[in-house]
Design a protein around this ligand. Structure first.
Ligand SMILES: [Zn+2]
Length: 535
């Protein structure tokens, strides 16, 4: 029972190898071959899907993002793509008019980026938000998630004044009078975000379902999602268990965030460990943050910023704590992935790993998320110890406009070195860091292959020597992402024994000119042999 046949297709098996048809039963691929072979094997009651010659690839596996935040954004004020402060104001007002929140309700928005503002290129300030929503505490997080702006009622509710001491590794910006400007950075953000009342089980589940529906639309069949955070990891795990218990549409590998040993040890002592769970919901690695973001100049650099020599960014962990956490994780057979964007932060994380890895082997598959600002010797250090790189090609869309300003031309030329990493043999997987960027897998592939922004610029691509071949890009997004979660034997290929997780595309991304990849549509998404999205 429950068999699926896909025929008249161009099924991507591996580089240079395509087949016409595929048979899946009970959620697992049983055979691939010619139309004739497969149709003759198919049980009478199998669903038959005529792909009309279209291309079928393994479902995309987003190796790092944040499902719950995606769901929260889809249900809160959405500021992604706002191209002016005026537009931010309009969206906040529209949200209030549409939802009529009770006065005093904390309003929360995410996704703004001042570099996209056409009216004024500056961070949002308290006064802007006071004007938008005088009757509500309002918090608007920047797209990077490392900076937020709060209005006066929100600051008052959080008890933030000019004399509040920011959390270590964070900052509360003050004006000339010593009053908060409303801008809060890095670790201090939690001092404001705590005024948001905890989501009820119902809202949490609804948020996850919204995000999962969006993943299906994007052709994403697996996500490696960081939602379990200090203080609320039990609730988040329970929400995922509830949601996945009923018709799950995306497989989830949970990256669990802790920044200090006490709570992490508690988590481990309750029996949680990497790989625990079932094919739709697993505990993944320990996730930590070593620095901030490039846009906000909080990414930790080895040298001062080219466009602001007063700063080198900030470390959000000390080397000692990072070493200790990696050590505890390793002792407990728990994988680690660490957010590191600047070369200073990447150096810190590589150093922690180098202290515990032996003979160039990395059996727990420890990795670094983002890996943006790098020089050649640093890339070589990934290879030497087989350290995984979890990268986001879509970041090029925005970052190529600031990276030379931030780090200078020379260091920029060896950064976002996706093709070099691959050639070195580094296990390199793709993600979107959604909601930082949309979960759109096609745009992500397009950026990896063309090194252009979504408007097609620059014409020759940003450091085109780092353009990836479309086959390698698809493999990074499927097979290599599966490698991160130890699932490369069941995910990321369309071969017998693998999960029937796949995507039907509107055009043949393997043969069309690279510039046309961006116009590709996801026609259908199949998870566990079931259609979870059809255009
Ligand atoms: Zn992230």
């Amino acid at each position: 029972m429950s068999s699926l046949v896909i025929y008249n297709a161009k099924i991507y098996v591996e580089k240079g190898h395509f087949e016409e048809a595929l048979l899946a039963a009970e959620g697992v691929i049983r055979s691939v071959g010619s139309n004739e072979e497969i149709l003759s094997q198919a049980p009478a009651d199998a669903r038959r899907y005529d792909a009309a010659g279209r291309t079928v690839v393994p479902g995309f596996n987003d190796s790092h993002q944040h499902m719950q935040s995606v769901g929260e954004i889809l249900s809160n004020i959405q500021l992604l793509g706002a191209d002016s402060i005026g537009e931010v104001k309009r969206r906040v007002r529209e949200f209030i008019e549409k939802n009529h929140p009770a006065p005093g309700t904390v309003l929360h928005g995410m996704g703004w980026n001042q570099d996209y503002f056409k009216d004024e290129h500056r961070l949002l300030l308290k006064e802007d938000l006071d004007e938008m929503a005088p009757d509500y505490p309002l918090i608007l997080e920047r797209a990077c998630g490392h900076i937020l702006t709060a209005n006066s009622p929100a600051l008052a509710l959080a008890g933030i004044t000019g004399s509040t001491v920011p959390a270590e590794g964070g900052a509360i910006d003050l004006d000339e009078q010593g009053e908060p400007t409303g801008v809060i950075r890095e670790n201090a953000c939690s001092q404001v975000l705590r005024i948001i009342p905890p989501a009820t089980e119902e809202t949490l589940d609804a948020q996850l379902r919204l995000a999962m529906a969006h993943a299906a639309e994007c052709g994403v069949t697996s996500v490696q999602s960081m939602d379990m955070r200090p203080g609320k990891w039990r609730e988040t795990w329970a929400a995922y268990q509830r949601v996945q218990a009923k018709d799950p549409t995306v497989r989830v590998y949970q990256q669990v965030n802790f920044m200090e040993p006490v709570e992490f040890r508690q988590f481990l002592s309750e029996g949680f460990h990497t790989g625990m769970g079932d094919p739709f919901l697993k505990i993944g690695p320990l996730k930590m943050f070593a620095d901030g973001s490039l846009g906000a100049r909080t990414a930790l650099m080895r040298s001062p910023y080219h466009d602001d020599p007063s700063t080198q960014g900030m470390a959000t962990l000390t080397q000692e704590t990072l070493d200790e956490m990696v050590e505890i994780a390793t002792e407990h057979d728990c994988s680690c992935v660490v957010h590191a964007i600047g070369d200073g932060a990447i150096h810190m994380v590589l150093s922690s790993y180098e202290k515990i890895l032996k003979d160039g082997k990395n059996p727990l598959r420890h990795g670094i998320v983002h890996c943006q600002i790098t020089d050649r010797p640093m890339l070589e250090r990934f290879r030497a110890n087989d350290i995984l790189a979890l990268v986001q090609p879509i970041f090029l869309h925005y970052d190529m406009t600031v990276v030379e300003d931030r780090v200078g031309k020379e260091l920029a030329s060896t950064s976002y070195a996706f093709e070099t990493l691959r050639r070195l043999g580094v296990h390199e997987s793709f993600g979107t860091d959604s909601p930082v960027e949309d979960m759109n897998a096609i745009n992500n592939l397009y950026c990896a292959v063309t090194r252009k922004n979504l408007s097609g610029e620059p014409a020759e691509g940003f450091h085109p020597e780092e353009c990836m071949d479309i086959y390698d890009a698809v493999d990074a997004y499927t097979y290599e992402s599966a490698y991160v979660s130890f699932e490369e034997g069941v995910k990321g290929r369309l071969k017998p024994g693998y999960y029937a997780d796949m995507v039907v595309l509107s055009q043949d991304i393997f043969t069309i000119p690279a510039d046309e990849i961006i116009q590709t549509k996801v026609e259908a998404t199949i998870v566990d042999g079931r259609f979870v999205y059809e255009r």
